[in-house]
Design a protein around this ligand. Structure first.
Ligand code: GLC
Length: 448
């Protein structure tokens, strides 16, 4: 089991890199995606008549997305599915923080409730939730073959396909091209130290006219997103991945140094309350023109390019995250669709998952919502590449790093909580050396 898990982690990272690099041959510059999105209709359901004949009239509940434009995306797709198949879909957005969403699902599963049928599950959860999920292999095994195999393996637990890949994710740096030019910079920062200095200079200049302006925003709240961001700081500083080869390594000098460096920036080049920011607060600051740099996932690109929500259309770009003494990296994220084992509508739910994870829907998601496709053929599609500039070779080839889900297994959420709570305390002012030992011992206790 342990060996298998380690292999799966490597598989996800490797395959995501592959999916992205497959698209690079035709990578171009981003067009105006907002206009494109408005014109792009939700795809029709293939074979709808047969589905309708069997399951039409059934009702299912889908626990879907909530960040950015994703709830609107879910509603548009659910509406199309209902129109074509007669299966009603109630879309309920999950809590914005992944860990809160985990707790919500865990409660439902532990009471064997059928209150939902289909849910989005985070890339770090298949191991923990496998016992509560339907094996999709008999019906969707063939469809799964078109997806990146590393992700399919990550969704396969003890031979059962417990979820279907929905979209991928990796951390990237967003920057204001107009402001870099204005302050005399010809390229985005390569190191964190450069980013801090550039953010300071731009902030000093811009704050004169806009007191809401800050240099850098990221996910500093005490929640799952901070585990993702901090993993990037660690790996890019050569400080390891919190748990390496089954051994807890989080308390180390390089890790302490990079955390203290970030702590020193809080309230200086970041808003003071960046320690309460999740993805949404970060992208709001950025698209409203109140930040020079942002760490976020690819979905935020579509929001920045949408004139309805953004004041910076055409004024920003994306690249790999900076590094310290290590290399640039991006944390692997992403979501799967799974069916509740206690559902009373398993077959209708599986048809919904089949549609939602199909190639035409992935193309729709990538173009309207800049979600990372998990189907390599979709990631190579010209229109997709045009809408998703993070698929360019120099960004897509970045090293992907994975959270320690396969070491922590069913205790991942608990372990990540120890990590993000501790790191949030550091960002809020405590020296890293006074907090890291207790995170380390908590993780050791969980692993024992
Ligand atoms: C994104 C990622 C997910 C991660 C979350 C953290 O949604 O796809 O994997 O857990 O962000 O905030």
């Amino acid at each position: 089991m342990k060996h298998a898990s380690v292999r799966l982690v490597a598989g996800v990272a490797g395959t995501l890199a592959l999916v992205a690099s497959l698209a690079v041959a035709t990578a171009g510059t981003a067009g105006n995606q907002a206009q494109h999105a408005a014109k792009y209709p939700a795809p029709k359901v293939p074979g709808a008549a047969a589905i309708k004949a069997k399951y039409g009239g059934e009702s299912i509940t889908f626990i879907g997305d909530s960040v950015g434009g994703s709830h609107a995306r879910d509603l548009a797709l659910a509406k199309q599915f209902t129109k074509d198949t007669g299966i009603k879909v109630k879309v309920v957005p999950h809590p914005a923080a992944s860990d809160a969403s985990y707790s919500q699902l865990a409660r439902v599963f532990s009471s064997k409730s059928s209150s939902f049928d289909v849910a989005m599950i985070d890339v770090v959860w298949p191991g923990a939730f496998a016992p509560y999920l339907v094996d999709l292999k008999p019906k969707l095994g063939k469809a799964a073959k078109q997806h990146a195999q590393g992700i399919v393996q990550n969704d396969t637990v003890d031979g059962k396909l417990v979820a279907m890949p929905w979209f991928g994710d990796f951390g990237i740096l967003y920057y204001r091209t107009d402001l870099l030019r204005k302050y005399g910079y010809t390229a985005p920062p390569k190191t964190w130290t450069q980013l801090f200095a550039m953010a300071k200079k731009i902030q000093d200049g811009e704050q004169a006219a806009n007191d809401k302006f800050y240099g850098f925003v990221f996910q500093g709240n005490s929640y799952e997103g901070l585990t993702c961001d901090a993993l990037e700081w660690y790996e890019s500083a050569g400080a390891g991945g919190f748990i390496d080869n089954g051994k807890v390594t989080i308390d180390n000098p390089k890790g302490a140094r990079i955390l203290d460096q970030f702590r020193a920036q809080i309230g200086k080049i970041t808003p003071r309350d960046v320690t309460t920011y999740q993805e949404g607060e970060a992208h709001t600051a950025f698209v409203e023109g109140n930040a020079a740099f942002m760490r976020n996932w690819p979905y935020a690109y579509s929001i920045g390019q949408d004139p309805k929500s953004s004041k910076i259309v055409g004024k920003f770009s994306v690249t790999v995250l900076p590094h310290a003494s290590g290399k640039s990296v991006g944390t692997v994220g992403g979501w799967q669709l799974a069916v509740n084992r206690f559902s009373k509508h398993v077959d209708a739910s599986i048809e919904f998952v089949r549609y939602m994870t199909s190639a035409p829907v992935q193309k729709f998601n990538a173009i309207t919502n800049t979600n990372v496709p998990t189907i390599p053929a979709v990631a190579r599609d010209k229109a997709v590449v045009k809408a998703n500039p993070y698929l360019k070779p120099e960004i897509a080839s970045v090293m992907r790093v994975t959270r320690p889900a396969n070491s922590l297994k069913a205790h991942y959420n608990e372990g990540s909580k120890a990590i993000y709570q501790g790191i949030n305390q550091i960002l809020n002012g405590r020296p890293a050396s006074s907090v890291l030992p207790s995170i380390e011992s908590k993780l050791e206790r969980i692993l024992r």
